[in-house]
Design a protein around this ligand. Sequence first.
Ligand code: HEC
Length: 140
Amino acid sequence: MKYINISTAVLVVSIFSSTVFAEEEPKNLKEVMQRIEVNMSKIVGHIMREEFSDIAIAAEKVAVHDEPPLSHRLKMIAELKTDFPDFKSHDDDVHLNSVAMQEAAEKKDLKSIIESYGKTLQSCNNCHTKYRKRIQKLKF
Ligand code: HEC
């Protein structure tokens, strides 16, 4: 009886962890982007309701977002070559501006939250206009 319980527990744990793992590993950059989009959209609603701790949580998720698989990152570097540092700098801009948004949320400073939200969104768009088509050619 004891053994049955243990094996049942192991089975439950392994099903649970494989589900969690699947959610943690985005399959490509598009999926990374869709997750960032979800958090950016949530922030708009939280701004309207002045839900500062929820803004801070979502802004942190934007700041420390997932990465695409290593093999994809290597292909991006190979495609972009000397443009890669510029591509990366747009991601750094997203990081800095979303960290500023998180800090503003912790201070309940709505004006700064909205300013840094705007700067974050601008950083998203700067990368899209320059690099989206080039990355899409890689067909991940
Ligand atoms: C360093 C460059 C870069 C930055 C910064 C960036 N993106 Fe993207 N994003 C891309 C690329 C490249 C694609 C195209 C991916 C593809 O179609 O395979 C994309 C696509 C998208 C898409 C479309 C996904 C789909 O379903 O087709 C969304 C939504 C998106 N990004 C949201 C964001 C948001 C929100 C931010 C800022 C918080 C952001 N991105 C910042 C490079 C970037």
